[in-house]
Design a protein around this ligand. Structure first.
Ligand code: E4P
Length: 217
């Protein structure tokens, strides 16, 4: 499973990259605003800064909601850097834009997906990634992980190449469950990745090994 980090914070991206297990980055307008990155040119520069830190795909979101606007923005984003994947919302015009980009060889991430039907449409339009938001479904007492399972089944039934990118991952158990279900990618905060490291028996075992080593020296 690929690990993406869901942030626009450059320090956290560097930290994840240094761990050696990072495959990409997802951002959205809210994450950009959280880092104080506003204004067209600053946002574009920030995408390039992110691409220069990581080796993998970096999702950059269009903010237009009409087809012509999405195409104009998406083409400009794709021109910025070869690692950019154009993030397009799951709306009617978005499906058309994904089909357009797919025909042009521009990679896309279909975002704000909350149902299997939406994921099926995204795959048919040729999305590179589909982003079901599991945490936000959990927030409204709906099983987000169940959606990952439904999409996996549908994509496997027909051999769709669209990669399932489990988004809105909130914690380490989400990561593990997504891996069990067969999500191709997960995107979450640094803490959801670092949580995989932790086990008290590892800490106790290491302390004992070091203590015993000292005894023999
Ligand atoms: C996906 O690409 C989104 O940026 C993200 O995962 C949303 O997560 P949130 O529900 O924690 O805001």
């Amino acid at each position: 499973m690929k690990f993406f980090i869901d942030t626009a914070n450059l320090d956290q991206i560097r930290e994840a990259q240094d761990l050696g297990v990072l495959d990409g980055v997802t951002t959205n307008p809210s994450l950009m605003a959280k880092e104080g990155i506003t204004g067209g040119n600053n946002i574009l520069k920030h995408y390039v800064d992110i691409c220069n830190i990581v080796d993998g795909d970096v999702s950059a979101e269009v903010i237009s909601t009409d087809l012509a606007g999405m195409i104009k923005e998406g083409e400009a984003l794709a021109e910025l850097h070869k690692q950019i994947v154009v993030k397009v919302p799951m709306i009617k015009e978005g499906v058309k834009a994904i089909k357009y980009f797919s025909d042009k060889g521009i990679r896309t991430n279909c975002t704000l997906v909350f149902s299997a039907g939406q994921a099926l449409l995204a795959a048919k339009a040729g999305a590179t990634y589909v982003s079901p938001f599991i945490g936000r479904l959990d927030d409204i007492s709906t099983d987000g992980l169940n959606l990952i399972g439904e999409i996996r089944l549908i994509y496997d039934n027909y051999g769709y190449e669209t990669q399932i990118l489990a988004a809105s991952v909130r914690h380490t158990m989400h990561v593990l469950e997504c891996a069990k279900i067969g999500s191709d990618v997960m995107t979450g905060p640094l803490s959801s990745i670092e949580g995989l490291l932790k086990h008290p028996l590892t800490d106790i075992g290491l302390a004992k090994f070091l203590e015993d080593y000292k005894k023999g020296n």
